[in-house]
Design a protein around this ligand. Structure first.
Ligand code: TRP
Ligand code: ZN
Length: 852
């Protein structure tokens, strides 16, 4: 969508639409370049609306005809929609439009992917299908007729008629247009059934392209597990006779929760042991759950307007993380979520793209499907649950579903159910939804040995941002445990409720000074500043009963060691390595947890930490420090790692479960370190013997990183050239494992490969997402990484604005770096902003980044 003077939309301007929609009937005559869409919509004046202007959204539509109550009308048509004089009472609007799915490369609206038709309507894609009030508070019942020469013709709801080249669907649940979906193509179904808690039978289908039948079983099991879990944990039952999922190769994001017809990026649903890694399996399970859970948190209760996006996304992410914790290891899931939050959300909150969980203005809503809305939005719900307790949370959720079923709701509605169940005033808590920025929480300890009293004094401070220049104190639930000198728990974990800028809490009746374990389970999304001694951290690393804080103690020691290496050229901290040694061989600890303990803060996380502490991060120095530390770990642990590798190597038939994948994570971490000291033999052996992608890909990555990968890379390519999802890994890995000096050239060379289909978002991201995430490669002092990415973003923008705009965030941290790098990035930003016809999506992102 091109737009010379982009309009800003404000939350405070919300007005209900002037009309209600009683019914929608759509007929599609499918054709690659000339699809005809007929609509018949029953409107009636909305008694709650002040404004009776009749405006229907519509973009890239060719209007063939329009009628009101059967009489032809000539609406006033613009680039963004149409207006028309309408009767005072109820009326029937009919229109016919023509659209061109084959030329729709933006993958929004109705488009084609590998010969199949599919749709993506969230957030504002329905307006590219027909004229309609395309806003989430306008809900209606849809009947859909599809005519086309395709064996499979699908839409939302239940099938009412099926014939050759013809299908009719009816969705009895009122829904906003963004949940509409249509799929047509030559597809095969992997089918199953689910009996709901009240005994209703639901048919389940996972539709894929012929050839992908072998990659459906896991997704189907995940779907059934999700359906069961939502019944057991939230009391939520499925509400149609049919639930369909379709896998599509060309897709901008992970998946979409269209009512009764979820559409998935094939990378987010197709899985087999030979072609998918353990991480892929876990992610697929989580995304299937996420989209399924939207049936209640998103579809039955939807959002009044797009500013309320976190109402469905934060809650649904929170629910899917609970699901994963129950299916797998809760501590491992929590630690992984925090790693992810720190790397993506904290970076967003610290830079020019910072915005509140509920933003107050936007130009292009697609730019607000962010880590802040999703992941910080989920953290806010976790805090709410911690504050009110599990029982009150369950009651509040029951009330939410009862009170708001069928509504297009707001964050105010959401908070009100908590206020009504608990009697609490959540006015201050609501700041979590309205203030941008990550609070810094500083804590000091005072120990009174005579009285046996430990006082913890906290100060909270949120750095100001453009979005929130003057942040006020927020409610922080701070989970605190006390660990005695012998390593035992001195008292049960206490939740401190901090509401002031400064506040002290007293722990009395203590015989000896304990070590404070603060922010257990990462009970609030803050940057904790706690001047603990190395001895105290080592004590927590050895003894903390809270798995998250045990890992965090190790993480903090590792971070400090790396910072000392970067800033003072110190050797890696021997005391930290000694403590790690003990943990690695502790067979009472889950292998997955030990694998996490072997991890280091990422390059980007270190850059962010340095920046926060007032230093200018040098990407090359960060890279050097990480390499030095990894080498030191490899030498220090060589024997232990060899033993772990042998002991935990899985030889049972492959299962993608938490237990086996934890062992593979540990042996793969060991392999990567061992290869540094022992050379490539072990990795070559693992590559040759692996019967699953997890071990094959990890060995390949290790070989490529250490410069021994050429043979395996070409073997891998020959073996997998016909599998698009595996080839995405092949493209991505060469960039991610390249040296900082080579990463850009590797990416550049891969763009010349015959299979570099850059219009496919998965393939584009495989190469350029990997480059953007290769910190030392992307930020190479020459600036070549910036130039290559900018060039390709400008090539992609006219084709696919949404994916281009998302990837612009690679530049969001630019003000952290030295003047020379900033100058080089500025040139690229300005060059991109000067590009004629830049999309609204990309323009908004680049100008927000540029103004930093
Ligand atoms: N609602 C989807 C989810 O979170 C995400 C989504 C928004 C999306 N816009 C999209 C997915 C565009 C694909 C394309 O599950
Ligand atoms: Zn979602």
């Amino acid at each position: 969508m091109r737009d010379a003077t982009p309009q800003t939309i404000y939350l405070s301007d919300y007005q209900p639409f002037g009309y209600l929609v009683d019914e929608v009937a759509l007929t599609f005559d499918l054709d690659p370049h000339q699809t005809r869409v007929k609509s018949r919509i029953a409107f009636r004046p909305n008694p709650d609306a002040a404004d009776s202007r009749f405006f229907l959204h519509g973009e890239d539509l060719k209007l063939i005809s329009a009628q009101i109550d059967g009489r032809s009308v000539t609406p006033e048509v613009t680039e963004t929609g149409l207006t028309c004089d309408v009767p005072d009472g109820p009326f029937i609007w009919e229109a016919e439009v023509e659209i061109d799915p084959k030329r729709n490369t933006a993958l929004e609206g109705l488009y084609m992917s590998n010969g199949m038709y599919c749709t993506q309507c969230e957030a504002e894609g329905f307006r590219k299908i027909t004229y309609y009030p395309d806003r989430p508070d306008v809900m209606s019942v849809f009947t859909v007729t599809i005519n086309g020469p395709h064996p499979v013709l699908l839409s939302n709801g239940n099938p009412v008629a099926q014939g050759p080249n013809h299908a009719e669907w009816h969705d009895p649940w009122p829904k906003p247009a963004y949940l509409f979906a249509l799929v047509a193509g030559d597809l095969v179904a992997h089918s199953d059934r689910f009996t709901t808690m009240s005994g209703r039978e639901v048919d389940l289908n996972l539709y894929v392209r012929p050839g992908d039948e072998g990659k459906c079983a896991f997704g189907m099991e995940a779907l059934k597990a999700s359906m069961k879990w939502d019944e057991e944990v939230y009391g939520r039952e499925y509400d149609l006779d049919l639930f369909n999922i379709v896998a599509v190769d060309d897709f901008n994001m992970g998946a979409m929760e269209n009512k009764g017809l979820n559409i998935f990026n094939s990378a987010a649903v197709l899985a087999s042991p030979e072609t998918s890694t353990d991480d892929n399996f876990e992610r697929i399970e989580a995304i299937i759950a996420h989209e399924y859970f939207h049936n209640w948190t998103g579809n039955r209760i939807t959002c009044r307007d797009w500013f309320q996006l976190c109402l469905k996304e934060g809650l649904t992410v929170y629910r899917d993380s609970q699901f994963t914790s129950d299916m797998r290891s809760a501590p491992v899931k929590r630690i992984s979520d925090v790693i992810d939050l720190r790397s993506r959300q904290f970076a967003e909150d610290q830079g020019p793209l910072a915005h509140p969980v509920r933003p107050e203005s936007f130009q292009e809503i697609n730019n607000f499907y962010t880590a802040t809305v999703y992941e910080k939005g989920a953290e806010v719900i976790g805090m709410l649950k911690t504050l009110v307790g599990d029982e009150a949370y369950a009651k509040a959720l029951d009330l939410y579903f009862e009170r708001h079923d069928g509504d297009a709701a707001t964050i105010e509605d959401w908070l009100k159910v908590f206020e009504d169940t608990t009697g609490r005033d959540l006015t201050q808590f609501k700041r979590w939804y309205s203030q941008a920025g990550t609070p810094h929480l500083a804590v000091t300890e005072a120990w009174d040995a005579g009285k046996g009293v430990l006082t913890l004094s906290f100060t909270q401070h949120t750095p100001p941002s453009v979005a929130t220049p003057d942040p006020a104190p927020q409610v922080l639930p701070i989970a605190v445990g006390l660990v005695g000198p012998d390593g035992s728990e001195v008292a049960p974990t206490r939740i401190l409720e901090m509401t002031e800028a400064q506040q002290s809490f007293v722990f009395d009746g203590l015989d000896e000074r304990p070590v404070a374990s603060i922010l257990r389970g990462f009970s609030a999304p803050v940057v904790l500043e706690h001047d603990q001694s190395k001895q105290e951290r080592l004590h927590l690393l050895a003894h903390d009963s809270d798995a998250f804080n045990r890992w965090e103690a190790g993480r903090t020691l590792a971070r400090q060691s790396l910072l000392d290496t970067i800033l003072l050229s110190s050797a890696p901290d021997a005391a930290w390595l000694d403590a790690l040694d003990l943990l690695l061989t502790d067979e009472t600890l889950e292998p997955a947890f030990r694998a996490l303990m072997l991890g280091l803060p990422s390059h980007a996380e270190l850059a962010s930490t340095l920046h926060t502490k007032g230093h200018t991060p040098d990407p090359a120095a960060i890279h050097e420090a990480i390499e030095t530390t990894r080498d030191a770990m490899a030498h220090r642990f060589a024997d232990v790692l060899g033993q772990l590798y042998a002991r935990h190597m899985v030889d049972a038939p492959y299962r993608p479960d938490a237990e086996q994948s934890g062992k593979r994570a540990l042996t793969n971490a060991a392999l990567s370190l061992l290869t540094r000291v022992q050379g490539p033999d072990r990795a070559e052996g693992q590559y040759a013997q692996a019967d699953n992608m997890t071990q094959q890909l990890s060995a390949l990555g290790t070989l490529v990183r250490t410069g021994h990968g050429d043979k395996a890379l070409s073997d891998f390519e020959t073996r997998w050239q016909n599998d698009r999802l595996v080839m995405d890994k092949w493209f991505g890995l060469q960039v991610s494992q390249a040296s900082p000096d080579d990463a850009t050239e590797v990416a550049q060379r891969l763009t010349e490969h015959a299979d570099f289909n850059w219009k496919n978002p998965n393939r584009f991201r495989a190469v350029f997402g990997s480059l953007a995430m290769h910190h030392a490669g992307f930020h190479h002092v020459s600036g070549k990484g910036y130039t290559l990415l900018a060039e390709w973003l400008m090539r992609l923008d006219p084709v696919n604005p949404q994916t281009t705009a998302r990837m612009c965030s690679a530049f969001q941290t630019w003000r952290r770096y030295d003047a020379a790098r900033q100058a080089k990035i500025e040139v690229e930003l300005d060059r991109m902003l000067a590009q004629p016809g830049l999309s609204r999506d990309t323009r908004e992102m680049l100008s927000r980044i540029r103004e930093a």
